[in-house]
Design a protein around this ligand. Structure first.
Ligand code: ZN
Ligand code: ZN
Length: 411
């Protein structure tokens, strides 16, 4: 990461008080965050989380709509004057693990933990809704609040798009913004970049079918094990020889399974793994070529091969102009010392990508490492010991609100 360069300047000092206003809401933000943290829910059905958000927004002039297929929650705040619609998104779901933080508001649900900080996203977005409700006179247009379940592999954003979240204000949203807290980045520091921000995440599975036999007589069998081993190497060669290094892919074979004991040649071997790319073109190339490489290698060993790619999330690609605006917004709200333009994407994935495929927008990280923690020892998102520094949430509240205020200011 490096500091931002050539940031566009904002007119006036429009956002001077925003962080202070967000801090005034901190007690509410923390209260909702901890309530959600205590009862984490996973996947697409999160009724308790949905109810907690509804209750937190009940006194605000926001039209709330429950999802149909899922427990998503959509809010619409109508500005004092007509104008376009802007979307702010916070995901709501937890992960399947036992919490081991020792926090006094730790998860009370066995096998479930808010280890990715989505509880902080819920709380930040709810407080941004409150902040913006108090400033409704400054809004020319509508703010759509997208409380999304099922980010952790359940395509929750796609469900909400299918149910019309992008058009819920009566007009298609013209801008979208999402935030993610990062447990091992400096607290309150905003990070993003224009262009690819996060990778696609597809999975693959390959079954190599030979003919079983005695371990002492491989010539009488068709051994799928060396064929599978050759595929592991061939896939890495495919990455380095056939894919542009500046539009890269990661292919990781993460699981190999074959055989039962030392003197049996097994009939089949199975490979599984993940594919990460930063563009739809490289993604399509890998989806097309990976099965062919495996089939051809298998054929060279006399094996039959069943190979398939299962599509996951698309790459998360920030609109360059919107990303530049968010960097400038961050500098205005948080100070330039708390804004970093990311030099590279990260190869994790995120289903806000479905929104950014359809609407120009940006997805950004906000650091939340407790200042007293040693970065070398700090647990990352998804760890059973991860801890998020709650004061960082005020920065997120202000950024969400500032994004909407900028997008809906009078011409
Ligand atoms: Zn996660
Ligand atoms: Zn997450």
């Amino acid at each position: 990461m490096t500091g931002p360069t050539d940031l566009p300047t904002l007119p006036g000092n429009r956002h001077a008080g925003l962080l202070e206003e967000a801090r005034k809401l901190q007690d509410r933000t923390v209260e909702l965050r901890r309530a959600v943290h205590r009862y984490p829910e996973q996947g697409l059905q999160l009724p308790r989380t949905q109810a907690a958000i509804r209750a937190a927004l009940a006194d605000l002039p926001i039209e709330l709509t429950d999802g149909r297929a899922t427990t998503s929650l959509t809010g619409v705040l109508r500005g004092a004057r007509p104008g376009p619609a802007v979307l702010l998104r916070g995901d709501m779901d937890a992960l399947p693990l036992d919490e081991d933080t020792g926090l006094d508001f730790a998860s009370e649900v066995e096998g479930s933990m808010h280890a990715c900080g989505h509880d902080t996203h819920v709380a930040m977005l709810a407080s941004a809704a409150r902040l913006l409700s108090a400033r409704v006179d400054e809004l020319a247009g509508s703010v759509v609040f997208m409380f999304q379940p099922g980010e952790e592999g359940f395509h929750g954003a796609r469900h909400m798009i299918h149910e019309g979240v992008l058009d819920v204000a009566g007009t298609r949203v013209t801008r979208a913004f999402g935030l993610h807290t990062i447990a091992n980045s400096p607290s309150g520091v905003l990070q993003l970049r224009g262009g690819p921000m996060m990778a696609s995440a597809d999975t693959f599975s390959v079954e190599v079918i030979g003919r079983g036999g005695h371990g002492s007589a491989p010539h009488d069998a068709i051994d799928p094990v060396p064929a599978a081993a050759a595929m592991v190497g061939a896939l890495q060669t495919m990455v380095t020889r056939r894919i542009d290094v500046f539009d890269p892919a990661v292919i990781s074979v993460t699981r190999i399974a074959a055989g039962t004991t030392t003197n049996i040649i097994p009939e089949t071997a199975v490979l599984e793994g993940t594919i990460r790319t930063l563009s739809e073109s490289t993604r399509a190339f890998v989806r097309e070529e990976l099965p062919k490489v495996c089939e051809a290698v298998g054929a060279a060993h006399g094996c039959r091969v069943l190979a398939g790619v299962d599509p996951g999330y698309p790459p998360t690609v920030n609109d360059p102009a919107v990303a530049a605006e968010v960097l400038a917004l961050g500098a205005a709200i948080l100070g330039t010392e708390n804004v970093e333009e990311a030099t590279t994407p990260i190869m994790g994935a995120e289903d806000f990508s479905y929104v950014l495929q359809r609407v120009p927008g940006a997805f950004a990280f906000i650091g939340a490492r407790p200042p007293e923690f040693d970065p070398a020892e700090t647990p990352d998102n998804h760890s059973n010991r991860v801890v998020f520094h709650e004061p960082a949430m005020a920065a997120g509240v202000a950024l969400y609100a500032g994004f909407a205020l900028d997008a809906l200011r009078d011409a």
